[in-house]
Design a protein around this ligand. Structure first.
Ligand code: ADP
Ligand code: MG
Ligand code: MG
Length: 210
C-alpha cells in the first residue's frame, strides 16, 4: 500500500478540519499553561494552508508539503508556527518530487519532520511538548511496519501512540516554551501542542487508513 498525493492532500485537509473542530479546546488548554492562542494560531495557519491548496494544486509530495510548511511559517507565528513549519519542510525534503510514497518512505519523511522539530526546538522526551505525542507515534509506525503490519493499520497504531503520548503530558513538568515559565504550576495540564500533534497523526490514519 502506498500514500498517493491525493491521500497526502486528504491528510492535510483532514488535519485542517480537525483543527477547526478543536480550536476552542486547544485555546482552553493553552489558556491554562500558556497565552491562550494555540487554537487561533493553528486554525489561522491551517485555514491559510487550505486556501493555498485550493489556489495552487500541488504536483508532488514535496510540493504539497513545502506549501504547507511555508504557509504555516508565514501565518502562524509563536512557537508552533516555526515548529510545525519545519516539520513539513523537512518532510518535503525527505519525500522528494514523487506522487506516491510507500510505507517506509512515508515513515522516513515523518521521522525527518520530527528531527526538524527537535533541531529547531531542542525538546526531549518528557519536556511536555508536541514532541511527546509525535515521537511515540513515529516510533510506533516504524516498529509496526518492521513487524509487517500494513500501512493503514500501522498508522492507526501510531495514532493511538500519539493519543497516549498526549495524555502522558498531563503530569509532566514543562521544560520548553511558555509553559516552562510556570514551573510546578504546569503540572496537571495537557499540553496544547501535543494535543494538536495527536490530531495530526489521527488525520494521517484517517486519510490513509483501512
Ligand atoms: P506560543 O507558546 O508561542 O504562544 P503556541 O501556543 O501556538 O505558541 O504553541 C505552544 C505549543 O508549542 C506548546 O504547547 C508546545 O507543545 C509547543 N512548543 C513550545 N516550545 C517548544 C519546543 N521548544 N519544542 C517543541 N515544542 C514546543
Ligand atoms: Mg500560545
Ligand atoms: Mg503565543
Amino acid at each position: 500500500m502506498t500514500v498517493e498525493l491525493a491521500a497526502l492532500e486528504r491528510w492535510i485537509r483532514g488535519f485542517a478540519a480537525l483543527i477547526g473542530e478543536n480550536t476552542a479546546l486547544l485555546t482552553r488548554l493553552d489558556s491554562a499553561i500558556g497565552d491562550a492562542d494555540h487554537g487561533a494560531n493553528m486554525d489561522r495557519g491551517m485555514t491559510a494552508v487550505v486556501a493555498a491548496l485550493d489556489r495552487e494544486p500541488p504536483a508532488s509530495a514535496a510540493g504539497l508539503l513545502k506549501q504547507v510548511g511555508m504557509t504555516l511559517v508565514s501565518t502562524v507565528g509563536g512557537a508552533s508556527g516555526p515548529l510545525y513549519g519545519t516539520f513539513f519542510l523537512r518532510m518535503a525534503t525527505a519525500s522528494g518530487e514523487v506522487t506516491s510514497l510507500d510505507g517506509p518512505a512515508f515513515a522516513k519523511a515523518l521521522r525527518a519532520g520530527l528531527e526538524g522539530v527537535v533541531a529547531r526546538g531542542k525538546a526531549e522526551a518528557g519536556d511536555k511538548t508536541m514532541y511527546d505525542a509525535l515521537a511515540p507515534a513515529v516510533d510506533e509506525l516504524d516498529s509496526a511496519l518492521a513487524a509487517g503490519v500494513p500501512l493503514g493499520d500501522a498508522l492507526g497504531r501510531a495514532a493511538e501512540a500519539a493519543d497516549r503520548g498526549r495524555d502522558a503530558t498531563v503530569p509532566m513538568l514543562a521544560r520548553k516554551g511558555r509553559a516552562s515559565y510556570l514551573g510546578e504550576r504546569s503540572v496537571g495540564h495537557q499540553d496544547p501542542g501535543a494535543t494538536s500533534s495527536a490530531l495530526l497523526v489521527g488525520a494521517a490514519a484517517a486519510a490513509v487508513g483501512p
